[in-house]
Design a protein around this ligand. Structure first.
Ligand SMILES: Nc1ncnc2c1ncn2[C@@H]1O[C@H](COP(=O)(O)OP(=O)(O)OP(=O)(O)O)[C@@H](O)[C@H]1O
Length: 281
């Protein structure tokens, strides 16, 4: 079995990658990602943008090693090309291989705050990924990291005793983002971490991710249309439309120099920070 290479550089790369969903429940097979080639340097931050349905979640979930998670209808099927994360080829990922890889690759699924285990209090929700994987861990050291994170996202420590149903939507989402950092991922892949979070609390999530990136030098893939988040973290952007890359470049130049009509419209919408409008177009 190929072991994840923690010094891999680029930390992930794809070549002509195509992904889809097999036919299910009478529906036809669907091609969600087509011919995507990308590379992320170790320590780099890549943002993935595109309208609703353009393939962002499919691409990032696959790159996070979670392509075969969920029920049958949600499993992502490779239909062409190659992808490597931490030098592990994703097309031949056994269950054990996936467990090894995902120990180092954090993934925050879209709307993760809504799927926190209802029976666990916030403290247990946060510690669960560690308890599941590491037999002996330093509770004191981890406790102070948790306290620091709670402070950054402005959650009082008393919240550790509360259950997800006792929290607001924005508080649940902050807990989910903290949880995605608990295993100290070398690569963090987050899908719309601030979507649905109010304007006051969005910057707290941005701050937390920035803190994590500076503290650990981790690489990140951000699916986000939050202009503050993009400005604070992203170096490079790719823009997807109907599963294909239609724009890519450095964050400060891509939106200014583009010839592509869709990328220009996206840039205009981002300037007025109107992701909801983009999603509804
Ligand atoms: N389980 C599935 N079976 C069949 N098609 C699917 C499945 N999941 C997603 N799709 C389709 O794949 C395409 C890409 O979906 P994906 O969720 O990756 O897009 P997205 O850019 O992340 O969208 P959003 O911003 O709305 O989350 C969409 O057309 C979607 O309908």
């Amino acid at each position: 079995m190929i072991q994840p290479n923690l010094s891999a550089d680029p930390i992930l790369h794809t070549s002509d990658l195509s992904l889809g969903y097999p036919a299910h429940a009478g529906g036809r097979a669907f091609q969600a990602v087509e011919g995507v080639s990308l590379s992320l340097r170790r320590g780099g931050v890549l943002a993935v943008l595109g309208e609703s349905g353009s393939g962002k979640s499919t691409l990032t979930r696959y790159l996070a090693g979670r392509g075969s998670e969920g029920d049958k209808s949600a499993r992502i099927k490779l239909s062409g090309g190659t992808a490597h994360t931490l030098d592990v080829p994703l097309e031949r990922l056994s269950k054990r291989g996936r467990n090894r890889l995902t120990a180092y690759v954090g993934h925050l699924a879209q709307d993760a705050g809504a799927t926190l285990t209802p029976e666990l209090n916030v403290g247990d929700v946060l510690y669960e990924p560690i308890v599941e994987r590491v037999r002996n861990f330093d509770r004191v050291a981890l406790g102070s990291v948790v306290a620091e994170m709670m402070d950054i996202v402005a959650l009082p420590l008393a919240k550790l005793q509360e259950y997800p149903f006792e929290l607001s939507k924005g508080q649940r989402q902050r807990v989910a983002v903290m949880r995605s950092l608990m295993l100290d991922p070398k690569l963090l892949i987050v899908d719309e971490p601030t979507l649905g979070v109010d304007a006051l609390n969005r910057p707290r999530i941005v701050e937390l991710l920035k803190w994590y990136q500076q503290r650990t030098g981790a690489s990140m893939v951000l699916v986000s249309h939050d202009i503050k988040m993009l400005e604070a973290l992203a170096e490079e952007v790719i823009v997807l439309q109907q599963g294909q890359v239609v724009g890519r470049g450095e964050i400060n130049t891509i939106f200014r120099r583009t010839e592509h009509d869709y990328v220009r419209r996206l840039a205009d919408a981002l300037r007025s920070t109107a992701y909801d409008e983009i999603a509804e177009e």
